[in-house]
Design a binder for this molecule. Sequence first.
Ligand code: BTN
Length: 246
Amino acid sequence: MNYKRLNPTVIHLETVDSTNNYAANLLKTSKVANGTIIVTKRQTAGKGQRGNLWETEDEKNIILSIILFPGIQPKDAFHLTTAASLAVHKTITPYLNNVKIKWPNDILVGQKKIAGILIENQVKSGLIASSIIGIGININQENFNSSIQATSFKTELNQDFNHENLLSELCVNLDFYVNLLMENNLKILLSRYYENLYKYKVAAQFEIDSDQFSGIIQGVDESGKLIVSRDQILTAYDLKEIKFVL
Ligand code: BTN
């Protein structure tokens, strides 16, 4: 395997539509090093999961994308999700209590979202040749769209948070977890993911097509679907099918 440890090159942009889009263009137009990070202060058309927008106030939050060349099979894509979520989780936990990963890759403090991750993979010759991992972490923003239950470092700590060190801590943590993946330590990766998974093995409320029910998360399958038991029956759901009721 030719995988090299991350040696981040950081590209700072004043403003951009989306750091993920910028990273995708960079991949098309130039030779990029593994671990290249694009970071910005202002994002005008940030992309979230499920085609949603990711709105973030100027100069208040961490907005970045990191480019990796994992060379793994598309069927193993979920391991990138576990590695990225664990890295963001580990970066936040020294500062805030009750940080959890909500499947697949939202980071919560209590029941409120503090960080989101959008992974876009490029498949070539049957392998994930490159992967763009977009990460947004709410730092000093205090007002959020009322339709989402969100929080930030400032909201939790009741004071401005200086996030200068957070980027380098995130790089170290990403390197650690991506390396676990590249060395095929998938069991460790998954067990750490479960240790930090929101509502793992406890009763929780879910919604499918407006039908609410109580179920218990039993894990994720190899393709990353959420396995939920409901009245003793196990079903695997993908992101479009099931929602948590928070
Ligand atoms: C989510 O919906 O939870 C995912 C949000 C991901 C947002 C980040 S911000 C940096 C990167 N650039 C984007 O356009 N989106 C991701």
